[in-house]
Every structure is written in structure tokens, then in C-alpha cells.
Design a protein around this ligand. Structure first.
Ligand SMILES: C[S@@+](CC[C@H](N)C(=O)[O-])C[C@H]1O[C@@H](n2cnc3c(N)ncnc32)[C@H](O)[C@@H]1O
Length: 201
């Protein structure tokens, strides 16, 4: 593994500190945090560094993403950052039996709806009562006009794959509730994104 595999996403550098501020309030002070759709691995490194009390478990179904996460991990040598797992949210079983929290950033709108259903089913299985699922990304909201930037993003996503697109927070919350995950609150974030916190009942 060489450090050359490290990928960078400009958005991750912009959103990581606002997300971290919410994670500090939502996550338990210790235990295993399972991150789905870790992508480049930049969030995993940033959050593991900032939250030394938790053990951060990154994952992604994409092999190139896992190489990038592994390369960031090797470069930063953080004691609380585990090697990335191959994990597809839509899969019936996941390679982790339990987690104290689950974090998923920017996946729900860039994957088919089955990934959200799988994410909620997995979170329902892995989380003990009172433990959080934290999501971040752009959402539509009933009775709330979509922002022009998010409208253009939604159209672009659907052009790339008709199964993709911004989801309604109400539909994501209903899907979560079917798995015993109750919407606790959402936080308005820069650039018309939301951080959404669910808790296992
Ligand atoms: C836009 S990237 C976001 C990456 C990172 N979380 C970030 O915000 O920089 C979307 C990620 O979702 C992952 N992904 C897509 N479908 C998935 C699924 N079914 N389960 C888990 N991850 C998935 C992709 O491999 C990709 O890494």
C-alpha cells in the first residue's frame, strides 16, 4: 500500500468540521463507531483524530475507496482507526455484529433506495437501545421549497442514474422508524445540507 492511493474530496474538507461539531454532541464518548460509505477516508481520519475516545471503523463497498481509506490510515497512524471493511449497506448481512453508533455521510442520495432500506435495517440490527445513527447530506422536506442548488444537484444525480436523487427527510424517517430508529433531531448545515440524528428505541 502506498500513500499515492489517498484520494481527496474537496467537499470533505469543507464539511468535516461542521459535521464534527454535531458528532461531538450525538456520539457516545467511547465505543465502536461504524462509518458507512467512507469514500476517500478523509472523514474517518479527521473524526478519529478529533474523537480519541472512540474506535472508528470505516467501510465502503468500493475497492478503490478502501485503498484510499487504508492509505490515509497508514499515513496518519491513528491508534483508534481500524482498517476499512467491505460493506454494502444494501446487503442482507454486514461484517460487523454490533456498533455503539453508525455514521453515514453523503450516501443516501447517491445510491438506489435499497441502500437506505439496507442502512436502516442494518442500523436496527446493530444498535442497542439509545444508540445513534447519524446521517449527513442534502434532503428534500415536505412543505419546504427545494433550494435552487439542491434542485440542480437532484437533476444532475438523476441524469447520472435515475435511481439516485435527493430523498424526502419524511420518507427516510419513516423507513428508519420501521426498524425502531426514531428521528431525534436534525441540524441545518452549510450549503443546504442536514445532519440527521436517529436513535434506536
Ligand atoms: C459521494 S461518496 C461520499 C463519500 C464520503 N462519505 C464523503 O462524504 O466524502 C458516496 C459513497 O457511497 C458509497 N456507496 C454507494 N453505495 C453504497 C452502498 N450500497 N453501501 C455503502 N456505501 C455505498 C460509494 O462507494 C461512495 O464511497
Amino acid at each position: 500500500m502506498t500513500q499515492d492511493a489517498r484520494r481527496q474530496a474537496p467537499a470533505a474538507a469543507r464539511n468535516r468540521d461542521p459535521i464534527l461539531a454535531v458528532l461531538r454532541e450525538a456520539l457516545p464518548p467511547s465505543g465502536l463507531v461504524l462509518e458507512l460509505a467512507s469514500g476517500t477516508g478523509e472523514h474517518a481520519v479527521h473524526f478519529a483524530k478529533a474523537l480519541p475516545g472512540v474506535l472508528w471503523q470505516p467501510s465502503d463497498p468500493d475497492a478503490g475507496a478502501r485503498e484510499s481509506i487504508a492509505a490515509w490510515r497508514e499515513a496518519e497512524a491513528l491508534p483508534n482507526l481500524l482498517p476499512p471493511l467491505a460493506l454494502d449497506a444494501a446487503a442482507q448481512s454486514w461484517p460487523v455484529a454490533a456498533a455503539d453508533a453508525i455514521v453515514c455521510i453523503n450516501m443516501i442520495h447517491i445510491s438506489p433506495w435499497e441502500s437506505t432500506e439496507g442502512l436502516m435495517a442494518g442500523a436496527g440490527r446493530l444498535l442497542a437501545p439509545g444508540h445513534p445513527l447519524v446521517l449527513y447530506g442534502p434532503y428534500r422536506r415536505a412543505g419546504h421549497p427545494i433550494e435552487p442548488g439542491n434542485q440542480a444537484f437532484d437533476e444532475d444525480l438523476k441524469r447520472r442514474d435515475p435511481r439516485w436523487g435527493l430523498r424526502f427527510l419524511e420518507e427516510v424517517s419513516a423507513c428508519a422508524l420501521e426498524q425502531g430508529l426514531v428521528l431525534e433531531r436534525f441540524v441545518e448545515m452549510p450549503a443546504n445540507n442536514l445532519t440527521v440524528i436517529f436513535r434506536k428505541r
